[in-house]
Design a protein. Structure first.
Lengths: 328, 328
């Protein structure tokens, strides 16, 4: 089967690029120095490949991701890096060695009631999202221990740093964030300082493990940062119509995460996306029926729309992996 | 089962509002005057409800939507309002009375080769997307007839008009677009002039049928237009964390179509969305564990992320409908 045989739109990853990204990351952050975040690809087959490259611990954003990894035999060391209130659903994870992020009395209570073994204290390091203030981390760790939970350490995601294009500034913001995290760590104890993302994978020298996910597939937003990872993921689409000065392909809002803006197309300018279409100005002649690559701006919400990830070696399709960790 | 029992994030429609929207539209555009566009909800259970309100003809954007409707017993009169080149997949629809949009020699050839019975000539009426120039419509109709296809009429979507907030201007742009479509219709013949959307449902007096879809569920983008339809659709989410001056709920980029911007939350200002979170400034005290309604900005790509649509009568959950027409 070849690329040209795929029904469009189809989510495709280029094998050579994928392997380059995996190899490059494993060289920089071998083994447990990386805790790959599966939210970026939601695919157990790809997680198995990450394990083949030496990474045995995984990071998840949802209960379904964690449960799916465990059921697939990848549950050796899981971190659910998210706050959960619903102890009944959280209890689905109690038979596996899962560590869960907590940042409040209620999330600690939910973890304890769910029968979860361990927690990390999630610390706000500058991104206005989950995480307690650093000065409350010690108190929460005490409460967690009182509730019978093992406190494995801290986590704090410098999400406000990872996308900064200027490398020096990115490093500066990352360091400042990690200083906050280390203050909390001093009060909390444990062995884990979990942080980082693809944008800070080689800048964050303070975390014991980096939670990068996008590096495997990459997107046009991260591509601007000059990282050693390349865009492996594209949506394969068919040009279905030609207008005066523009062309239309069958890949739209339901095949692409749009929060980072329009996708890109080689030698073309994208005008806008509709539900099932992308309208673009081609920089070279295109014809109706021609297949093109549409590069997503944001990998995570793009993958979440698709049932399957096709793996291409050049023009040849060599694998079809279910995106089996979708939903919640 | 009650709203409070749903695992979050969950896609929910309020029954009373849904029924109001269906009733209001059926009163304005009874029976075949409306061809409901299922791309907005991708749900055969909801399409059956539209049929109960008198609409027997449906509009689709994908082969899967058309095939799914037909298999569900809703294939009496289907329009695939989209260009398809892949004749092998299109042939899946050849046993049902499906009319397919065409705008080029190649789309006509694909329809003929697929064994499709009828086509509509898709005309560009001002939106830079699919559709031939009006002056080419007659020639394409001739080609379609030569290829053995029945030409049922024309379609032309005034997508550049439907979202204009000023009603008079919306009407003006709609009329201009429909003049282009009627010119083409004069050359093409047939019985169908298919056009329109929720924003022009009562302004478009030229089309024989209106292809509205969003009116059933609605979103915050369409809500600005002062239409007689109300927002029925929300994502039910749990507040999982509180920061200094902000709160975080468990509904993010993978639960929301983001091309029209951030969702809205009553009595709050939304700051930003992450993969699994929305960060917002509440205008009243909220607590961790509290459930809230998150109103999507764009209904179609929001629904496409979810497996199930829950129907709520007040606080009571009365139905759970599979979003069974997702994918392609």
């Amino acid at each position: 089967m070849f690329l040209g045989d795929l029904a469009t739109p189809a989510l495709v990853a280029d094998w050579a690029t994928l392997e380059h990204n995996l190899r490059t990351m494993a060289a920089h952050l071998p083994g447990s120095r990386l805790r790959p975040h599966v939210k970026a690809h939601k695919c157990t087959a790809l997680a198995k490949l990450q394990r083949d490259f030496g990474h045995h611990a995984f990071c998840c954003a949802t209960i379904r991701e964690a449960e799916g990894l465990a059921v697939a035999g990848l549950g050796e060391d899981l971190l659910l890096a998210n706050e959960v209130i619903d102890h009944e659903r959280l209890a689905r994870l109690r038979h596996w060695p899962v560590v869960v992020a907590v940042d409040s009395e209620l999330t600690i209570a939910a973890a304890a009631r769910a029968g979860i073994v361990g927690v990390l204290i999630d610390v706000n390091v500058g991104l206005p999202r989950c995480g307690c203030p650093p000065e409350q981390a010690g108190r929460l760790a005490d409460r967690a221990r009182q509730a019978g939970l093992e406190v494995a350490g801290v986590m704090g995601y410098e999400g406000h740093a990872v996308g900064i294009e200027d490398r020096a500034l990115r490093q500066e913001v990352c360091e400042e964030a990690m200083q906050r995290l280390l203050v909390a760590y001093g009060e909390v104890g444990g062995t884990i300082v979990s942080a980082g993302g693809t944008g800070t994978f080689d800048l964050n020298r303070w975390a014991t493990e980096i939670q990068a996910g996008s590096y495997v597939l990459m997107d046009s937003q991260y591509a601007k940062l000059g990282l050693p990872f390349h865009q492996a993921l594209f949506v394969w689409a068919t040009v279905v119509s030609l207008g005066e000065g523009y062309a239309v392909a069958d890949c739209g809002l339901k095949a692409l995460g749009m929060d980072h803006g329009n996708p890109t197309i080689d030698e073309a300018q994208v005008l806008f996306c509709s539900d099932e279409h992308v309208t673009f100005v081609p920089g070279r002649p295109v014809r109706v029926g021609e297949k093109i690559k549409v590069w997503p701006a944001h990998v995570d919400p793009t993958v979440a729309y698709h049932e399957r990830l096709w793996i291409a070696e050049g023009e040849r399709i060599v694998e079809a992996w279910p995106i089996d960790l979708r939903g919640w």
